[in-house]
Design a protein around this ligand. Structure first.
Ligand code: GLN
Length: 580
């Protein structure tokens, strides 16, 4: 029995949809978008949700559902691409908009009494990620809401609903109410979800699969891998060996701390220093995919060596849902039939893995988000300090350096990271760090910027960063805007400004506020802090620019090779959290 079937159109947030329903107390399952309606009826499905996706409905071969879905009595809710697909099928029209919407957007609710929108006010915040818009409403359908750019931001026709925005992400604060309303429209009743049950099921899965064989577990020291290590130890005892690899891209002295902590948890730990190998292999490599693939390959080579030496057959990894989603979808032109393809980024533990791996891989947290892993960690009695430790990516500082990764850049970034973290931690963001880019930039003029900050000077960096727009990856540019007036601006207006800029200029996926004019030195520093719960979407943390100005000044005074230090004001979308 499945309460709600989510049809997967390749969107970034399919797991968010599933998770939100689970947390609300409904049982939701993900199916391929071309699933047969008859099959869903056999499973007694009571509601159907069409996810977002990187596709455009007006291009040839766009993924679709058959018309019988619209004629069935099962309520349907389309989200983003799903919304666009429903409108088109019902006789409306979708076109590419001159201006996309990425991130924070004001939603004007026109029909607060519609069952989908019960509990909403006339003006709400929603989270957008799209380039296409509906320009013609199907006959007899009703507009339920609009935004400045999307005149049809939500619609209803009989038991068919669509929303252009994403109710499944945290930054749509009333989104879960909308999904709960939809479940009620489907006539569903709630049943609770249980962490303990998840732990028991995972323990059993690990015991059954690994049996009496030996396993190694890859631990970076972050909450995902450490929690899995503690859990797996309960299932495997001494047959589990933890392996920590220092890639040379960790923060200063971090590997030492990690190994000590793992030992304190009672784990058998093997430490590998692979830093020379990493730097050697990264020489002259500039593409982000290549960097991530090389790091992924080295990790596996080292794990395989250790496994051979202790005769282990299994590799356990603390992979979580965002790693899987971002590594396996996100490029519309890479779809093959029902299989979505491409990636936003190749996470070293998923997309960056080499094709041939000798070890059998087990990833019990594949469908979880970080905050759920944190709940498990607390349940297992792991130290609060670790549970709430900010995430640090597997490829480490490698994700925070554009162009070639050299020891010189890493050492410089390690030092600056200490200063940046100390300041940014005060705002208690979910993740915060410094990134290093080159100082090659050109002037960039835009009326948009002048209208917002009349004294601004703006520059476009020649370096590339990774972004996500409309559920699709973009390798885009970094816009640097210097102004003395940043601290006079209201934070909500800054968020809207970022949305306007990234919506207008497709090639831009990062916006950085500079508080001092750039000099002509070697490198630039981007300070980044974001608020998020699940890392699929994120909002830049509100900071006090006069405090940030002090840190900027300190970095410029102490590090002669730095041209500028800016604070990034990009949400995810249009950017990602890490730089590359
Ligand atoms: N690719 C479509 C757009 O840009 C849909 C995006 C989505 O589903 N998030 O509008």
């Amino acid at each position: 029995m499945v309460d709600i079937a989510i049809l997967d159109f390749g969107g970034q947030y399919v797991f968010n949809i599933k998770r939100t329903f689970l947390e609300l107390g409904y049982h939701a399952e993900i199916f391929p978008f071309d699933i047969n309606l008859k099959l869903l009826k056999e499973k007694n499905v009571k509601g159907i949700v069409l996810s977002g996706g990187p596709y455009s409905i007006y291009v040839e071969n766009a993924p679709r559902i058959s018309i019988e879905f619209l004629e069935s009595e099962i309520p349907i809710l389309g989200i983003c691409y799903g919304h666009q697909l429903l409108i088109e099928m019902l006789g409306g029209e979708i076109v590419k908009s001159d201006t996309g919407e990425f991130g924070f957007t004001i939603l004007y609710v026109d029909e607060p009494n519609n069952p989908l929108f019960k509990g909403l006010e006339r003006k709400e915040i929603c989270w957008m990620s799209h380039k296409d818009i509906a320009v013609k409403l199907p006959q007899k359908a009703k507009i339920l809401a609009h935004t400045k750019i999307s005149k049809i931001a939500a619609f209803n026709y009989n038991n068919i609903y669509g929303v252009q925005f994403h109710p499944e992400v945290f930054q749509t604060p009333k989104g879960y109410i909308i999904l709960d309303n939809f479940a009620k429209i489907c006539g569903l009743e709630k049943k609770e979800w249980d962490v303990r049950e998840f732990i028991d099921k995972s323990l059993q899965e690990i015991k059954e699969k690994v049996g009496s064989e030996k396993a190694i577990i890859a631990v970076s020291g972050g909450v995902d891998s450490t929690t899995l290590a503690v859990l797996a130890k309960k299932a495997l005892g001494d047959n589990l060996i933890a392996v920590h690899v220092d890639t040379g891209l960790m923060r200063k002295k971090e590997s030492r701390r990690v190994v000590e902590y793992l030992k304190k948890l009672g784990l058998n730990v093997i430490f590998i220093d692979a830093s020379d190998k990493v730097f050697l292999n990264l020489k002259s490599v500039t593409s982000s995919d290549d960097k991530r693939k090389i790091i992924g390959r080295i990790f596996i080579e080292e794990f395989t060596k250790v496994a051979d030496s202790v005769n282990a057959k299994w590799l356990l990894q603390g992979t979580i849902a965002p790693d899987i989603i971002e590594s396996t979808r996100g490029q519309a032109d890479k779809r093959k039939g029902k299989k979505h393809g491409g990636s936003i980024k190749l996470h070293h533990n998923v997309g960056g893995l080499p094709k041939e791996i000798k070890l059998k891989i087990l990833e019990p947290f594949r469908e979880l988000f970080k905050y759920q892993v944190r709940i498990i960690a607390k349940e297992l009695g792991i130290d609060e300090k670790l549970v709430y430790r900010q995430p640090f990516p597997g490829p480490g500082l490698g994700c925070r350096i554009t162009g070639e990764i050299t020891r010189e850049k890493v050492i410089l970034l390690q030092e600056i990271t200490k200063i940046a973290e100390e300041e940014l931690a005060k705002y208690r963001p979910s993740q915060y760090f410094a990134a290093l880019i080159s100082s090659r930039y050109k002037p960039f003029k835009s009326m948009f910027i002048k209208n917002f900050l009349e004294d601004a000077f703006s520059y476009i960096s020649e370096d590339y960063a990774i972004g996500v727009k409309g559920d699709e990856r973009i390798i885009g540019k970094i816009l640097l805007i210097y102004s003395k007036k940043w601290n006079e601006k209201d934070w909500v207006d800054i968020l809207q400004f970022q949305n306007n800029i990234t919506g207008k200029y497709n090639e831009i996926c990062r916006v950085v506020a500079l508080l001092e004019k750039p000099r002509r030195k070697k490198y630039g520093i981007i300070l980044r802090a974001v608020d998020t719960l699940d890392f699929m979407t994120a909002i830049p943390t509100k900071v006090y620019f006069n405090h940030i100005a002090e840190v900027v000044h300190k970095i410029l005074m102490n590090f002669d090779e730095i041209s500028f230090v800016g604070y990034e004001i990009t949400s995810k979308p249009a950017g990602t959290i890490e730089l590359i």
